[in-house]
Design a binder for this molecule. Sequence first.
Ligand SMILES: Nc1ncnc2c1ncn2[C@@H]1O[C@H](COP(=O)(O)OP(=O)(O)OP(=O)(O)O)[C@@H](O)[C@H]1O
Ligand SMILES: [Mg+2]
Length: 453
Amino acid sequence: MNKLEYKILIVEDNDSMRNGIVSAIRKKNYSVDSSSNGKLGWEKIQKQNYNLVITDIKMPGMNGLDLFRNIKQKYPSIDVILITAYATVDIAVDAMKLGADDFITKPFSISELREKIRLCFERKISQQELSESFTTDNDLIGETECINKIKLMIEKTARTDSPVLISGESGTGKELIAQLVHSNSKRKNNKFLAINCGAISENLLESELFGHEKGSFTGAIKTHIGKFEQCNNGTLLLDEIGEMPLSLQVKLLRVLQSKTFHRVGGEKEITSNFRLIASTNRKLEDEVTKGTFRADLYYRLNVIPITAPPLRQRKEDIPLLVNYILRKKSGDLKRNIPKIQASVMRKLKSYSWPGNVRELENFLERALVFIEEDTFTDELFNFANIGNESSEESNWVPHGDLVITLEKIEREMIVNALTETRGVKQQAANLLNIKPGALYYKMEKYEIDENEY
Ligand SMILES: Nc1ncnc2c1ncn2[C@@H]1O[C@H](COP(=O)(O)OP(=O)(O)OP(=O)(O)O)[C@@H](O)[C@H]1O
Ligand SMILES: [Mg+2]
């Protein structure tokens, strides 16, 4: 945005004052408009896209404060500077608390006003740059209040270097949130690495984090650069931090305090400017109470806490997620994006998804592989054997794998036999080692159509 694109509206009832301000601002190449009272100003605001409104407080009819309230209610992104007489400074200060961006006291110099405008203009530009570089909308799917809050947290957190502690059940998107904090931060062009503290032994974890010198222990055949170092100017996610052994917790605390450390078996002090994000699906406070997690480390990590909500607490997001996942995975699988029957969507919404978004993702991926039809009907649940179609509110029994039912297999065998015998039922029955009568019966039962073989 350049100055000419930055649109300012002056609302002032005193003609000479208004004209003076307009020409002074125009000289600075902003685009300026004016109104002689609050009511006319409000009409203009509703028609045009202003970035900044500068309004006198005391005006007949709709005064500047009413105008300000209307603006903030309907167009909160418009900045407002109030012009106030000395006697009404208190009012202006109160208005600032309600979201006015600045005020200026009469009499003021033109350069004073220009300076205030410049600040608003620059703030707008930096906001715009931020929103252009901010991309979570594409990735963190959801529009419920809790997800919107997380998006805001990510945006704010990305501007800082403070440690973040992300808690939440498995599959709720903790790693995704960590990635988004990284990719929206100034560290985005450097490394983002994640390490699961629960998946490897204590010694290995230590050398993965700190690195080791060649020969520092049996098997250390060459020098290894650890994650702290690799993430210099980048971001390191310590996943399942609750699983970190106590002895390593002490060492991690020291690194966080000093930002320096030694490789295992090394003498040299190494400095690394990594940003730490930790995640956990346990309640770390409880681990602290139990004594399995150090309180001092907990407080160091928990500077910015973000809690990823379980999917069952944001069921309204399920349709958005389903559509997003189907679109993405269909592309990967090079198939058409299936449509979803309304009843199916209702059922997907009513399930509690104990494995959260990951479970939903896996479920849909399996469905995309096994169901070739262009519309997903209730058959989806039979096929996956996780549905109990009788009740809307029903909770299916979660089922890890897609169960191909015996019937499904039997049906397929019959179709194959019929295909092989070019529809000669007697031969097909022989092939299947069943009586022809049984074959007819099953063909009817499974509604096998002639054009299927
Ligand atoms: N809000 C969301 N929008 C889109 N995808 C999501 C969302 N939340 C999670 N996912 C996806 O769900 C999957 C699981 O997310 P992720 O790995 O971040 O979860 P997690 O909380 O780290 O799980 P775990 O505790 O098991 O490690 C990923 O494929 C991720 O992209
Ligand atoms: Mg994870």
